[in-house]
Design a protein around this ligand. Structure first.
Ligand code: TXA
Ligand code: MG
Length: 344
């Protein structure tokens, strides 16, 4: 019987270790075969692990929504191995797309462009656009080439939960719902790609991410930001749900003026039996070895962020106090993730 890669839900996922720099062709091919027959493969990108399926097979794409518990109105990013493959999925390709692809692909930039009818509606949640990205991870590129297909890949986590930066995170959260995971160790960048909408008159920064506005604006000019919270307006990027990227623990941000209050809050929570953790630049001295000292540069911080939060979840934290990160565009991606994770 051809199960078309449908997972039987009995934990028969295959975990395949693969070399990051020189992915073994036979191992990559095993994963590519799963993609071709309509199954689900988790694989590393330079940002986070993605949950991949054949972008041209609506039934395979539907399995992604099911596995993640993702609302159908939230569209997916299509991963391709280069500009030529991207152009085959976009109805039009403005000169700025070439400029940005030249500068940032392969890399953590997702471009939203008008969609060709060949891209199934379910991929784009019915929107007239498609989100495209060429990932910079050797394993992701090897998989795309071996499958010879565009691959949709949201982050490989249950909807609204923390994104995975290691194969273990994927196995724990989704292991019983996917067919195979390619394990190439921790990812390098740590937060998701920057999503830029090029389908309108002016480029709009839909999701700040690994690349900052400061990286993009020399090429794009001043970037617009989506208007959020207007119920009547169509959602510019349906994935921008307020609570997102969140650990199980509740997360609370504090600034320099809130340090004393944060210490008091930690002591009283601990007094009531809560397990408290912290992500800080300077130790608070209240959460023992559950205080994670974070790097003072945005790239270093991003790389460590999700792994640190996964680690605190694993250790049973109920409350995580997070020292605010600096203002400014270089920290925009990290700031966005922390704000969304802290939404009640
Ligand atoms: O770094 C990344 O981008 C990772 C790796 C695996 O590539 N993927 C990722 O996918 O973060 P996901 O599904 O977690 O986030 C995709 C984001 C969502 O905010 C979604 O709403 C937005 O991209 N998006 C996708 N297609 C879109 C479209 N046609 N128009 C507007 N936003 C779109
Ligand atoms: Mg995600």
């Amino acid at each position: 019987m051809d199960r078309r890669g449908e997972h039987d839900g009995r934990g028969r996922m295959e975990r395949v270790e693969v070399d990051r720099e020189a992915p073994q062709p036979d191992r990559v091919e095993r994963a590519a075969a799963v993609i071709r027959r309509g199954g689900l493969v988790a694989f590393p990108t330079e940002t986070v692990y993605g949950l991949g399926a054949n972008a041209l097979d609506p039934a395979a794409v539907a399995r992604i929504f099911e596995a993640k518990g993702r609302p159908r109105y939230n569209p997916l990013i299509v991963h391709v191995d280069g500009v030529a493959a991207a152009r085959r999925l976009a109805l039009s390709w403005p000169p700025l797309a070439d400029v940005l692809a030249e500068a940032f692909w392969p890399g953590p930039l997702t471009m939203v462009l008008p969609r060709r009818p060949e891209v199934p509606e379910i991929v784009s949640a019915g929107l007239p656009t498609v989100a495209l990205r060429v990932p910079a991870h050797p394993v992701a590129l090897a998989l795309l080439r071996a499958a010879a297909l565009p691959i949709v890949a949201p982050s490989a986590n249950p909807s609204t939960a923390l994104s995975p930066t290691r194969a273990e995170h994927v196995v724990r959260a989704l292991g019983d719902r996917i067919d195979l995971v390619l394990d190439a160790g921790p990812t390098g960048v740590g937060i998701e790609s920057t999503v830029l909408d090029l389908s309108g008159e002016r480029p709009v920064l839909l999701r700040p991410g690994a690349l900052s506005a400061a990286d993009l604006e020399p090429l794009t000019g001043a970037l617009e930001r989506p208007v959020e919270g207007d119920e009547a307006a169509p959602r510019p990027s349906p994935g921008m749900l307020e609570r997102h990227y969140a650990p199980r623990a509740s997360l609370s941000l504090f600034g320099p003026e809130g340090r004393t209050a944060a210490v008091a809050r930690a002591r009283s929570a601990a007094g009531e039996g809560a397990v408290v953790g912290a992500l800080v630049f300077e130790p608070l001295g209240v959460a023992g070895d559950r205080e994670v000292l974070m790097p003072r540069d945005p790239a270093g911080y991003a790389r460590k962020l999700y792994a640190a939060l996964h680690g605190l979840d694993d250790r049973g934290c109920d409350l995580v106090l997070v020292e605010r990160v600096p203002d400014g565009t270089a920290w925009e991606g990290v700031r966005d993730r922390l704000q969304r994770a802290a939404q009640p």
